[in-house]
Design a protein around this ligand. Structure first.
Ligand SMILES: [Zn+2]
Length: 128
């Protein structure tokens, strides 16, 4: 689990890194292997085919949304109310908009995520 947290944090996805759970690791390993298949492909067509299959499974489809000029395709996360969250790092009660693709954000900021991670580590050490 540490490698996945490190990888996500290294690439700037701090909220996702803080939200990683042990049960996320097998899916991440499967995704990693599929991406390696694309990079190891012997032809561009095979690589694109592999990447397109991954995108079909993991990417949000584009949506039509009304603008002042009519309709346009929107790519990326929707700003639905379901994306609103409240920080889970006690005693913080801040709110946030979860812009993560998998709606995994749990903390309002990196400081709270770090504080919660440190508190969990202290609890684990205290148990052992
Ligand atoms: Zn917070």
């Amino acid at each position: 689990m540490r490698w996945l947290r490190f990888y996500l944090g290294f690439h700037g996805y701090e909220a996702a890194a803080a939200a990683v759970r042990e049960e996320d690791v097998p899916a991440a390993k499967v995704l990693r292997e599929r991406l390696r298949e694309a990079f190891d492909a012997t032809s561009e067509e095979d690589a694109v085919s592999t990447l397109n299959a991954v995108l079909v499974e993991h990417a949000d489809p584009p949506r039509l949304e009304r603008t002042s000029d009519g309709w346009r395709f929107r790519y990326g996360p929707a700003e639905a109310a379901g994306r609103f969250g409240r920080c889970r790092a006690h005693p913080c009660r801040c709110v946030f908009v979860d812009r993560s693709r998998n709606r995994s954000r749990r903390y309002c900021c990196e400081l709270c995520a770090d504080r919660a991670t440190q508190a969990a580590a202290r609890r684990r050490r205290a148990k052992s």
